[in-house]
Unconditional design. Structure first.
Length: 176
């Protein structure tokens, strides 16, 4: 049974949706339950100025994404890195034990977005050497935040975000 707060955030989610031109994206998933979360952040003066999310998952996954966005918005990056699964679950007035992984996934997505923000320039430089600046930005906006993630991402997913020319360059890169 879900708390009233969980149901409120599930039925009326806050900050839902992709942020255009996000400074960073945290892409996380749980292969066991199938939940996938994208946490988008915009940073200004070292604080999370705006946050959005896209979650494919159960009611608890959606509620934890919504609550996470409320907890993180306006916080410094250091403060936001301290948001834990426990903080999210407590703010939602509890989660069933079998759904606690959702709060862990939401916190992990935020932490990954912040980590990606901190290494953005380095990663964009690496991507730009392979595909050029425009396609590098498209990969970044899709939540692909390292060469390792690029290697793990399906060709179909990559093809959905980069140009045809960029795709050819990525295929050549992946053959190495």
């Amino acid at each position: 049974m879900y708390s009233k707060k969980v149901m409120e955030h599930f039925l009326n989610p806050r900050n839902k949706g992709k942020l255009e031109n996000a400074d960073a994206v945290g892409r996380v998933g749980n292969p066991v339950c199938g939940d996938v979360m994208y946490i988008y952040i915009k940073v200004k003066d070292g604080k999370i100025a705006d946050i959005g999310w896209e979650t494919m998952g159960c009611a608890a996954a959606i509620a934890t994404s919504s609550m996470l966005s409320e907890l993180a918005k306006g916080k410094s990056l250091e403060e936001a890195m301290k948001i834990s699964r426990k903080d999210i679950a407590e703010a939602l007035e509890g989660l069933p034990p079998i759904k606690m992984h959702c709060s862990n996934l939401a916190a992990e997505g935020l932490h990954k977005a912040i980590e990606n923000y901190r290494k953005r320039d380095e990663v964009m430089e690496e991507f730009s050497k392979i595909v050029g600046e425009k396609d590098a930005k498209a990969l970044w906006q899709a939540g692909i935040s390292s060469l390792e993630e690029l290697r793990k991402t399906s060709i179909e997913e990559i093809a959905n975000v980069v140009s045809r020319e960029g795709m050819e360059k990525i295929r050549e890169f992946l053959k190495k």
